[in-house]
Design a protein around this ligand. Structure first.
Ligand code: AMP
Ligand code: GLY
Length: 426
């Protein structure tokens, strides 16, 4: 079988890497891919939003299955486009992808379906939003409505920050049209977790739990990023909490969409805040998390191709996911300046030495080839991922591998895994 992975990040590298291991897969293509993906798949230079060219490619090469990594093509309707042409593709339709593409849609959907989430109101003008913020007091969260690569959420501790956030989104238009509307919501406290499941419209098949780290600096300081590292499993998701997440957070989405005449197929990802026995949904995504995919697929023992085929064929009830007991940890190495502006084209050294360490896989995100050398080509550059006998060992292996890698301006968090390690210690 031939598979096409759409995307070019660390998540797509992990997909391509795992699919290439399948006995059923004879060839993996990736559009457009990156320097690391090129070692496990054939990269094809087609942008993720060029649906015509992607479909032509799939027809020409007789690709059996397409899987879409990023949210942008999903929210623009790539699945509708492929299905109309009779091609197998894994992901939600444009209508279902609204759950991620519009925070206003998601909040209204949650409210309508009784899903626990922070109290909120939606605004298009600064004076009304300001009035609401003054009434609610601090802390407060300001969110651009549309897609903003994980950066459109501003958690405000002071009144000044909240006013600045409104200006950034509604006046300065830093996120473009995505900021035509804002959601202003109550700030939830607790520990975050990512809960991800495969769905075929009927069956919900949960993956192992994981925890992402959005802020750029240690101790969750600094602005939000796409994610600076993740580990799996996340002990904050106890068996009791997990049972409630399935009932209160995952099933209501599939059921709610069904009532609206929409079949939810693909990946359903809930970003959660867990505080004791309180669960709040921060957001839904309709695709795998990045970087969560990297530590999750490092632990997955089941053939990913069979799982993806079962989603497309709506036979997920026949699939069981098996995970290695070993925890995994992924640390993102980012370009100097990220999540603000950064330079590209910096030479990366030590990749082979790092990859050679047993249990370590270096997933590439923003990388490219320049004259045969691997150089930086994005904000998040690499996701150094390791399995270990326990999380401490996985974390140590990650850092041993990071010690071998270098590029100008490289920065990363050193505390990925610490929340779980503290939990184990107490
Ligand atoms: P989102 O894209 O909505 O998940 O938001 C990105 C990040 O902002 C989350 O992972 C949280 O760290 C933070 N965040 C979002 N909403 C809230 C909230 N209501 N309370 C506290 N933190 C939040
Ligand atoms: N890691 C967060 C996300 O993929 O949205």
């Amino acid at each position: 079988m031939k598979v096409l992975v759409v995307g070019s990040g660390g998540r797509e590298h992990a997909f391509a890497w795992k699919l290439a291991q399948s006995r059923n897969v004879e060839k993996v293509y990736c559009a457009p891919g990156n320097a690391g993906i090129a070692s496990v798949a054939e990269c094809v230079d087609i942008p993720v939003n060029d649906f015509d060219a992607l479909l032509d490619f799939v027809k020409y090469e007789w690709v059996d299955l397409t899987v879409v990594g990023p949210e942008d093509p999903l929210s623009k309707g790539i699945v509708d486009f492929f299905e109309k042409a009779g091609r197998k593709i894994v992901g939600p339709t444009k209508a279902a992808a609204q759950l991620e593409a519009s925070k206003v849609f998601a909040k209204d959907f949650m409210k309508r379906n009784g899903i626990p989430t922070a109290e909120y109101k939606t605004f298009t003008s600064i004076p009304q939003a300001r009035e609401y913020i003054e009434m609610k007091g601090m802390p407060i969260v300001v969110k651009a409505d549309g897609l903003a690569a994980g950066k459109g959420v501003l958690v405000c501790e002071t009144h000044e920050q909240a006013m600045e956030a409104l200006d950034i989104v509604l006046k300065e238009k830093r996120f473009g049209e995505a900021g035509d509307r804002v959601v202003v919501e109550e700030c939830l406290r607790g520990e975050e977790a990512s809960y991800i499941a495969f769905c075929d419209g009927k069956t919900i098949l949960p993956l192992a739990s994981s925890q992402d780290h959005k802020p750029v600096f240690n101790d969750d300081k600094g602005p939000n990023t796409g994610g600076m590292g993740a580990y799996s499993p996340a002990p904050v998701v106890t068996p009791e909490i997990e049972a409630r997440i399935i009932k209160e957070v995952m099933e209501p989405v599939v059921e709610g969409f069904k009532r609206d005449g929409i079949k939810f197929k693909g990946v359903l990802y809930a970003g959660l805040m867990i505080d004791g026995d309180k669960i709040g949904v921060l957001e839904y995504n309709c695709r795998m998390g990045d970087p969560e995919t990297q530590p999750l697929l490092a632990r997955l023992e089941t053939d990913l191709f069979e799982v993806l085929m079962a989603i497309a064929d709506e036979k997920l009830s026949e699939v069981e996911l098996k995970w290695t007991e070993e925890p995994s940890c992924c640390v993102v190495l980012a370009s100097g300046g990220y999540p603000d502006s950064y330079d590209k084209g910096k030479a990366i050294t030590g990749l082979e030495e790092a990859d050679a360490i047993e249990g370590v896989t270096v997933f590439h995100a923003g990388t490219a080839f320049n004259d045969g050398h691997v150089v930086t080509n994005g904000g998040r550059v690499l996701g150094v991922t390791a399995l270990g006998a326990d999380l401490k060992a996985a974390k140590e292996k990650c850092h041993e591998a990071i010690g071998k890698i270098n590029f100008e301006g490289m920065h990363y968090r050193t505390d990925i895994g610490d929340k779980a390690l503290k939990r184990h210690a107490s």
